[in-house]
Design a protein around this ligand. Sequence first.
Ligand SMILES: [Zn+2]
Length: 395
Amino acid sequence: MQIRVKSGDSLWKYSRVFQIPLKLILDSNNLDNPNQLMIGEVIQIPGYVTKSYTIKPGDTLWKIAGWYQAPLDGVLLLNDANPFALKPGEKVNIPIRVTWSLVNPIQNYDYNTLVTDVRKIHAVYPFIKQGVIGESVMGKPLPELVVGKGNKKVHMNASFHANEWLTSALLMKFIDDYARELTNSQMLSGVSLPPLYESTSLSLVPMVNPDGVDIVINGLPEEEPYRTLVDEINNGSNQFNRWKANVRGVDLNNQYPAKWEVEAQRKPTKPSPRNYPGKAPLTEPEAIALADLSRRKKFDRALAFHSQGEVIYWGYEGLEPPESERLVTEYSRLSGYTGVRYVDSYAGYKDWFIKEFRKPGFTVEIGKGESPLPLSQFSKIYQDTIGIFLSSLYM
Ligand SMILES: [Zn+2]
């Protein structure tokens, strides 16, 4: 919600009237001098939307505020109308506190759905910064969301693998719930959120492989040469449920320089719906974007969400720090997922992250069955994994 500064306004006053933590208002606005607002300046108030209401005979702002459970002082701050001389037909803005979910994760979560949700989240919670870390092969911008400016830098990503797109819906639901409960000063899953927001900076790349996700959900791309290419790679089949790769048939989670040669020797040697590691490490723009981001931001820990198996992989060649074990023990305790230290699989993002930075890196395999997982599993997966999300911030 936007508010135009009037004489006597301050951020502190907005915080008190709207009952929104001052820190969140500060972080929603790029102000040179937050202690001195300029009259007419536009300020973003997170956690509210406005509703336009047309005055009818006999209405008072007191009544209207009551109907919408809006703070009366807030209605006065938001409007220039003289509260003692309302004219029928005049429009007033009512501040409505957002207590509902912006993200609906129970749907085929393709790239368009993601982009729409990112926009909604940023509009209601402007303290969440959005950026673009690169582009997919087909030119889709890869969004990153960043929450908080704390010292501990936590990164999470999802949908490295196309048919594991439920992981994107999961991360978007996490961020939506985190932002909403933070704004409403509520706990999430029994955890108090302000200390988490203060101490961490959370980076989220919710869909690493949007071209692939759209193939699995929507079928062959319209655009050439990709349509012909994907059709060839998939041997003319219109069944894409097993597709994990990007649009060029490269498995993005086999692209990292961490024993890549081992995978190249035993995996497909040409573009394929899954498992082809490419001609060399880091040839694909999506994999490169994640590597560049990780180098630039120097994350303290990283979690890559995949499906399925209810396991958490956490080691790489003994290079993982002791903190990895401490974290995975807590993740397992909270989720019931099994921690697995070593597995005969290399060249993944998690492997490279541990090797490159010697920091904790994890592959979290959500759910059970076959990917793409059915939407009916979503609630259980969310219940199981919300603790992993939160403990990554508080541990
Ligand atoms: Zn996967």
